[in-house]
Design a binder for this molecule. Structure first.
Ligand code: NAP
Ligand code: HSE
Length: 433
């Protein structure tokens, strides 16, 4: 049995460097805890000349994945490259080569996690992925183990720090989406190309992972309905506030009689709810289990230190397994076959904002279209009148209605000669604490 636990890194960027740093700083404590030291042997990168924060000898860097995969003294591969390929193939090859794997890669785990976990089990190896959702917040462990006695009914989560920062700024400072995004980029929260975050793809991958664990039934990123935050305007925050709500990019998974719901979209959330108060780059996951009832996890969902907290914890657990000669202690059976409902069939409440001609009978015509589509209006606000253009802004809040009916009704409303613009449509999630 080896006296050290050899680690090979795929990727030594923001997170990889922080993990190597955290392992070095805690080396003595980790050795006491596990009974054996970690040794970082090789790290695959793209550019050998790039300056790195990691306390690692330059000779350990390589451009050849085989240097990691073929090293018999690498027992654990730590995959921190990002993206689906080649990361997915490298993880697969590492497991086939008899290595354990720790990854923070939500894209790989959301798209290929089921097959990779099956491969790991077949190979008698472990695949850990705590950092793939919620950065430093413990989520994968609790969903796999601590909540296992529960039937999870619902998950409502804020899984993307960049968009939560942008929405928090828009709400607090009344600034435009473009202004808040520029500020997020200046502070290093948002990427130069922010599409993955602001269009909801990042949150959809994370929700697919959490929903699969919560319902023990595979949910793929393509099953998750996705809508980003780019169309939200400052006016929507003003009306939301007046109606007692804030606006969050919510990742929602529900178990219903007909199947699962899995969706990421902006939503009105009650202001006085704890989830509604989670601001800035923080993430939060609010769930409802049949035994536990409701529980809220909150913390830093990204950043090198929080993410390395989750990865080093995975390595510690894995270190105990290796030392005791066990693996797959908590088998993951994603054996459910629950269908994910098409978005058209989902029911929720809705807020919509229209620009209309300011003349008699307009409200009645819009109300009639709603009535024909079985949409019951809960309240209406008309406030800001653009006197020059004789236009008025109308805001509707509906009772619960079917998505398809609302989309059809709004398409009809948009064609009415008295309607200049359907400016916003945002779903309303009324949650009980
Ligand atoms: P990063 O800073 O861009 O680092 C990526 C590393 O992978 C770099 O060292 C890069 O090499 C290397 N790499 C990328 N593609 C490669 C290829 N084809 N061949 C060889 N090396 C390659 O990314 P990161 O922010 O550390 O994120 C790493 C992973 O952690 C991602 O899956 C991400 O989603 C996840 N994660 C990140 C955070 C966060 O806060 N950053 C939070 C949670 C999860 P070079 O250095 O030579 O370019
Ligand atoms: N870009 C993500 C976020 C962090 O803003 O939350 C990495 O998953």
């Amino acid at each position: 049995m080896a006296s050290r636990i050899g680690l090979g890194f795929f990727g030594l960027g923001t997170v990889g460097s922080a993990v190597v740093g955290a392992l070095a700083e805690r080396a003595a404590r980790l050795e006491r805890q596990i009974g054996r030291p970690f040794e970082v042997r090789r790290a695959l990168v793209r550019d050998l000349a790039k300056p790195r924060a990691a306390p690692l000898d330059a000779a350990a860097l390589t451009l050849d994945a085989a240097d990691v995969l073929d090293d018999p003294d690498v027992h654990v591969v730590v995959e921190l490259m990002g993206g689906v390929e080649p990361a997915n193939s490298y993880v697969r090859r590492a497991l086939q080569a008899g290595k354990h794997v720790v990854t923070a890669n939500k894209e790989v785990m959301a798209a290929h996690g089921v097959e990779l976990l099956e491969l790991a089990a077949a190979q008698g190896r472990d695949l850990y992925f705590e950092a793939s959702v919620g950065g430093g917040i413990p989520l994968i462990g609790p969903f796999r183990q601590d909540l296992a006695a529960n039937q999870i009914r619902q998950v409502h989560a804020i899984l993307n720090g960049t968009t939560n920062y942008i929405l928090t700024e828009m709400a607090a400072a009344g600034v435009s989406y473009e202004h808040a995004l520029a500020e997020a980029q200046r502070l290093g929260y948002a990427e130069p190309d922010p599409a993955n975050d602001v269009e909801g793809a990042d949150a959809a991958c994370k929700l697919a992972i959490l929903a699969s664990l919560a319902f023990t039934s595979p949910v793929r990123p393509a099953d998750v309905y996705r809508e980003g935050i780019t169309r939200i305007r400052a006016a929507d925050f003003r009306y939301a506030d007046e109606l007692g709500y804030g606006i969050k990019l919510l990742a929602i998974a529900k178990r219903g009689a007909q199947g699962l719901e899995a969706r990421v979209h902006p939503a009105f959330v009650q202001k006085d709810l704890l989830l509604g108060q989670v601001g800035g780059v923080y993430n939060a996951v609010w769930l409802h289990g049949d035994l536990l009832g409701r529980a809220l996890f909150i913390g830093r969902g990204a950043g090198p230190e929080p993410t390395s907290s989750a990865i080093v914890a995975d390595l510690i657990d894995l270190g105990h397994n290796i030392r005791r000669g066990v693996h797959n202690r908590v088998p993951l059976a994603l054996d459910g076959r629950l269908p994910v409902l098409p978005m058209a069939e989902v029911r929720s409440r809705f807020y919509f904002r229209l620009w209309v001609s300011d003349r008699p009978g307009v409200l009645a015509r819009i109300g009639a279209v709603c009535g024909e589509h079985a949409i019951s209006i809960a309240s209406v606000i008309q406030k800001e009148v653009d006197q020059h253009a004789s236009r008025a802004e109308l805001v509707f809040l509906t009772h619960e209605a079917q998505e398809a009916a609302v989309q059809r009704a709004l398409a009809r409303i948009a064609r009415l000669d008295v309607v200049a613009e359907v400016a916003s449509l945002i779903r309303v999630e009324d949650l009980a604490e």
